[in-house]
Design a protein around this ligand. Structure first.
Ligand code: E4P
Length: 243
């Protein structure tokens, strides 16, 4: 008499929308970008050797008190990786003109474009011309799908800002990773508006390709009181070791 049913392999079980794992499109390690325009923060983070790129936005650049292009030129000298620089124009021609100007500043510049109809049209043009883009201000899965169809290099879903209005930013990351995996889109999921280490860990679990973190959150990733207590004890005990 057969007591048990047929063996069901774990791989036969369809993942639930929020529990599937790493991105089969790209098995390279998750990248960490710093979300900042502050040169000192960027230098300090880069000195740790774990920063793969930089994202900026007009609000972050405004805080520096320096001209936009100067800030971007300084950043590309510090970090050898993708540096997102955002266009201010909101019409197709303006976005394309500004984006081409920014892309010509340095090969590492990624043109950051807002997720609006004119922006998506410009992203298509940029992708046909080999200019890399980061589509920003993404708050929904259909927006992310359109950005991928237009050929975006990165999509930036804003987790914290969704949480701020009572939504679930992490759920959106899961939806986008799943949709991109379903169809093999090469657009990288760049989790943005990350406010604390748990956001970052959840993004890593869900297979986001990149997390962009404020400097404060990068430092928080290192923090653990037991590390501090343990180190203090080791250093104290080390003094008792005979010379
Ligand atoms: C991403 O590219 C944005 O610059 C950023 O992550 C926005 O974060 P905030 O919502 O904390 O301003």
């Amino acid at each position: 008499m057969q007591v048990f049913g047929p063996v069901v392999r774990l791989t036969d079980i369809a993942p639930s929308p929020t529990t599937f794992s790493a991105n089969p499109r790209d098995q390279t390690p998750m990248k960490i970008f710093i979300d900042s325009a502050d040169l000192k923060e960027i230098k300090d983070a880069a000195a740790m050797g774990v920063i793969d790129g930089v994202t900026t936005n007009p609000s972050l650049v405004a805080k520096t008190g320096k001209p936009f292009e100067q800030v971007i030129r300084e950043i590309v000298e510090v970090v050898d990786g993708p540096v997102s620089a955002e266009v201010i124009a909101t019409d197709y021609e303006g976005i394309v003109r500004e984006g081409k100007h920014l892309a010509a500043i340095h090969p590492n510049i990624v043109v950051k474009v807002p997720l609006i109809a004119e922006g998506i049209r410009a992203v298509k043009t940029f992708s046909q011309e080999g200019i890399r883009t980061n589509v920003t201000l993404c708050f929904s899965a259909p927006q992310a799908l359109l950005a991928a169809k237009a050929g975006a290099t990165y999509i930036s879903p804003f987790i914290g800002r969704i949480d701020d209005v009572g939504g679930d930013g992490i759920e959106l990351i899961g939806q986008i990773v799943q949709i991109y995996n379903n169809y093999g889109y090469e657009t990288e999921v760049l989790a943005a508006s990350i406010r604390h280490p748990v956001h970052f860990v959840r993004c890593a679990q869900l297979g986001a390709d990149v997390g962009t973190l404020p400097y404060k959150v990068i430092l928080q990733l290192l923090d653990h009181p037991l590390t501090d207590i343990g180190l203090a004890k080791f250093l104290e005990d080390a003094k008792k070791i005979p010379k």
